[in-house]
Design a protein around this ligand. Structure first.
Ligand code: FES
Length: 114
């Protein structure tokens, strides 16, 4: 194996030479930032949802689960709205925050009567 040098000067012993660490533009440091901590949704996943056609926070929520966690989006929805505004050019003040849906589980009437 012959050492090869990549564009940043790092040496590699890979016989095929240095690999592009980000061949499809995915997985960059910025895209790996967690936006929704409850559901562990990254900025890259949110941007991908927007590029697949999501134009509302509800659409992003359905595609990625961002905003469906324990805090129901109180932490992440402002950030998701900012990303949506940046990606689409929609003014931030025109982006409607979806209603919170608290996690609920059906309870039988007989269980409530106890
Ligand atoms: S941080 Fe997104 S639902 Fe809590």
């Amino acid at each position: 194996m012959k050492p090869v040098q990549d564009s940043e000067g790092a040496l590699s012993l890979d016989p095929e030479g240095p690999r592009d660490e980000n061949p499809e533009g995915q997985g960059s440091e910025e895209e790996d930032v967690i936006i929704c901590r409850c559901e562990e949704v990254t900025k890259g996943e949110i941007v991908a949802a927007i590029r697949r056609g999501a134009r509302t926070l509800g659409g992003i929520r359905r595609r990625t689960r961002a905003g469906m966690g324990l805090c129901q989006g109180s932490t992440c929805m402002p950030l998701v709205a900012q990303i949506l505004a940046e990606e689409t050019g929609i003014p931030l003040e025109k982006i409607e925050i979806p209603s919170a849906r608290p996690p609920a589980r059906p309870v039988k009437m007989e269980d409530m009567a106890r």
